[in-house]
Design a protein around this ligand. Structure first.
Ligand code: TXA
Ligand code: MG
Length: 347
């Protein structure tokens, strides 16, 4: 099922795509679950495989900016500028769709999200297939995105026709999704291209909060609860050090009272010293507080912690700048709906 991304296997994968099959492939952000974007039946299979609701549109991956423009019905000067600055790369642009894009791909919306990936395997696959490729992240709906071929297999191994393996994805979080509105940009999802970098091209504002309030969803995929491990995840309000100190005290109290202490996993931004016994497992996202490093390992660490049968996980916030904004966004969504710390400790 998992095969190395050699040129021969990429060509086999392209043939599978042309026949309406489904191929998982690496991009610079996360692994994608690809189908021929011009084939409505193939695109439908993606929704079924991922158990993705039909209202959540797919991103179409094109080989070049010129191929991307054919998928839109408008010529946006701002989109051209963004393409020049950030393509190929982790930026997805949403604009009114052309007739070349089937309705199932966009979940019935009159707009389509398009990006030109920079990963060499993704690029060679799109070129060999000769068609744009519709691809969401290759995970079950609502779960953490896969950054390795093994993670794809865990979630979807039964249903995909081939998984192309090219090692871990370098960026580690999904693309930034933007919508040009006149001369401004609405950031529908923070991701691999930072808000600071976008702001050099145009004024850019985050569209967050709208989905949470249940108002008209600007980006249907931006459900509040998303990217979640199976183990409940609590996002600490203060630093991990403060949380660790308070949990160590509570553990001492619990043990004195003869109560069991839960198995807790800690996901900190940087490494820290904790009293032994407080946490059953600890992972830190970076050694030196580098948000880029944190993004690259975020989903891998979450998946590892998720496999350890812990009672719950606690994660530390990181500064909402650079790639930290995307990491924080994923942690916020992954922890949405988790009961408070006191409730978690009482269970
Ligand atoms: O990095 C990425 O973007 C990865 C790789 C595989 O390219 N793909 C990815 O796809 O993350 P997915 O399906 O997991 O997330 C796509 C996001 C969703 O939040 C979806 O709602 C939004 O893009 N989206 C897609 N089409 C849209 C549209 N027409 N209007 C607004 N949002 C759209
Ligand atoms: Mg996804």
């Amino acid at each position: 099922m998992i095969v190395p991304a050699t040129q021969a296997n990429i060509e086999k994968a392209a043939a599978i795509l042309r026949k309406g099959g489904i191929v998982a492939f690496p991009t610079e952000t996360v692994y994608g679950l690809g189908a021929d974007a011009t084939n409505p039946k193939a695109a439908l299979r993606i929704f079924a495989l991922k158990k993705r609701p039909a209202f959540d549109p797919l991103i179409v991956h094109a080989e070049t900016a010129a191929a991307a423009r054919r998928l839109w019905s408008v010529d946006s000067p701002l989109a051209r500028k963004l393409a020049g600055l950030f393509w190929p790369g982790p930026l997805t642009i949403v604009l009114p769709k052309s007739k070349h894009v089937p309705d199932v791909v966009t979940a019935g919306l009159d707009t389509v999200a398009v990006r030109v990936p920079s990963h060499p395997v993704a690029r060679r696959l799109i070129r060999a297939a000769g068609v744009p490729i519709a691809a969401p992240s290759a995970n079950l709906f609502g779960r953490t995105s896969p950054t390795t071929a093994r993670a794809v297999e865990e979630d979807l191994g039964h249903g995909v026709d081939m998984i192309l393996d090219a090692g871990p994805c370098p960026v580690g979080v999904e693309s930034t999704v933007v919508r040009p509105e006149g001369r401004r940009l609405v950031i529908l999802r923070p991701g691999g291209v930072t808000r600071e970098a976008l702001a050099k091209a145009a004024p850019a504002a985050l569209a967050r909060g709208r989905a949470a309030k249940g108002k008209a969803l600007r980006s249907p995929g931006l459900l509040t609860s998303h990217y979640a491990p199976r183990t409940p995840l609590h996002l600490a309000s203060g630093t991990a050090a403060a949380l660790a100190a308070s949990l160590a005290l509570r553990r001492a109290r619990a043990l004195r009272a003869g109560r069991a202490w839960p198995r807790i996993g800690l996901l900190s931004f940087r490494p820290l010293r904790t009293a032994s016994g407080t946490f059953a497992a600890e992972r830190s996202l970076t050694r030196r507080g580098d948000a880029r490093e944190a993004a690259a390992v975020l989903f891998q660490h979450l998946r590892e912690l998720d496999r350890m049968e812990l009672d719950f996980l606690v994660a530390e916030r990181l500064p909402a700048k650079g790639l930290g904004l995307a990491v924080l966004d994923r942690l916020e969504r992954a922890s949405a709906g988790t009961p408070g710390l006191n409730r978690l400790l009482q269970r």
